[in-house]
Ligand binder design. Structure first.
Ligand SMILES: [Zn+2]
Length: 276
C-alpha cells in the first residue's frame, strides 16, 4: 500500500497539557501504537507564521510571515505545491487561514467553505472561519464533526496528504488561559474525537502525526519564548519516522519529513533534517 500521511495540528496545545489530558493518545503511546517526542516551536509562537513554518520547513524569519495580520498566499515551496508538482493529492479540514496561505486566493466563506476540485491547489478542502466567536459566545466547530469531515475526505478521496487543523484549544486558551480547566478539558475533547478518527485512518493506510503550532501561557496568550509556548507534542503513528527516542525535534523537520515519507524529494529550501 502506498504510504499516506495525516497531519493533525491541535492549535495552541501545550506539550504538558497533551501529556496529562489526552488519555487516548497516552494509551496509544503506552500500548506501542504511537511514539511521542517533544518538538520546539519556532519564534514568534504565533499561528499563521507557524502554519507556514510547518508547511515550508522555513522559520518565520526566513519565510517572512511574522504576524497573523500579515497573512498572504505563500510564495515558498510548500508541502501542497510540492505534492501537486509530483502528481500527488492533498486534502484539508482547517481554519480559513490555510486557504489564504495555500488555496490560491484570499478566503471567501461563500466561495471556499467546501472545495472539491482536482485542479485546485488543494483538491479536497473544508474550511471554517470562526467569524463572530467571542468569550460570551465561544461556539466552535464540534471536534467530532471536524474529525468526521477529515474521515469523509480520507474515505472518499484518499489524498496522499491530509491535514486536520482544530482551533478550539487555542480559542479556549485565549478565553480562560493555558492554566484554565476549560482549556485542559478541551484538550481532552479533541483527544476523545481523535480516538474515533485515528484508528479509522490507520486501517485505511494512513500514518498519523499529531502536533501543535505553539502552546498557551497563563495570560491566555502566545507569541514569545516560554517553555509553555515553545514545547509542543509530536506524536507519531508510524513505523517509518526515524527520530532518536529522546531527540528534541525542530518544527522545521515536518515539511521535508512528510514529503520524504510520501516519496517526494524535498526542495533545497527545506534543509532541516531529523537528528537520528
Ligand atoms: Zn491563538
Amino acid at each position: 500500500m502506498t504510504r499516506k500521511i495525516c497531519l493533525v495540528i491541535i492549535d495552541g496545545l501545550r506539550n504538558d497539557t497533551a501529556r496529562t489530558e489526552c488519555g487516548y493518545l497516552a494509551a496509544a503511546i503506552e500500548g506501542g501504537q504511537a511514539r511521542a517526542w517533544t518538538m520546539q516551536a519556532c519564534l514568534p509562537t504565533i499561528s499563521a507564521p507557524i502554519y507556514e513554518t510547518i508547511h515550508t520547513g522555513l522559520a518565520p524569519v526566513e519565510h517572512g510571515l511574522l504576524s497573523n495580520e500579515a497573512i498572504r498566499s505563500s510564495p515558498h515551496a510548500n508541502i501542497f505545491s510540492e505534492l501537486k508538482a509530483a502528481g500527488k493529492s492533498a486534502g484539508v479540514v482547517a481554519h480559513s487561514y490555510f486557504h489564504t496561505l495555500y488555496g490560491g486566493t484570499a478566503f471567501d466563506p461563500f466561495e471556499h467553505v467546501e472545495i472539491n476540485d482536482p485542479d485546485a491547489p488543494i483538491a479536497h478542502a473544508r474550511y471554517y472561519s470562526m467569524a463572530g466567536y467571542s468569550q460570551s459566545n465561544p461556539a466552535m466547530p464540534s471536534e467530532v464533526d471536524l474529525c468526521a469531515q477529515a474521515w469523509a475526505i480520507a474515505r472518499d478521496a484518499a489524498p496522499d496528504y491530509l491535514l486536520l487543523h482544530t482551533s478550539s484549544c487555542d480559542t479556549l486558551g485565549h478565553f480562560y488561559s493555558g492554566e484554565g480547566k476549560e482549556y485542559r478539558i478541551q484538550a481532552w475533547k479533541v483527544d476523545n474525537a481523535l480516538s474515533r478518527l485515528i484508528p479509522r485512518l490507520r486501517d485505511a493506510g494512513y500514518d498519523v502525526m499529531v502536533t501543535a503550532d505553539h502552546g498557551m501561557n497563563a495570560d491566555g496568550h502566545h507569541a514569545g519564548d516560554e517553555p509553555c509556548l515553545r514545547e509542543v507534542p509530536f506524536i507519531v503513528f508510524s513505523e517509518a519516522f526515524p527520530a532518536a527516542p529522546e531527540a528534541l525535534l525542530d518544527q522545521r523537520i515536518i515539511a521535508p519529513t512528510v514529503l520524504t515519507l510520501l516519496g517526494v524529494e524535498p526542495p533545497e529550501t527545506m534543509n532541516t533534517r531529523i537528528v537520528q
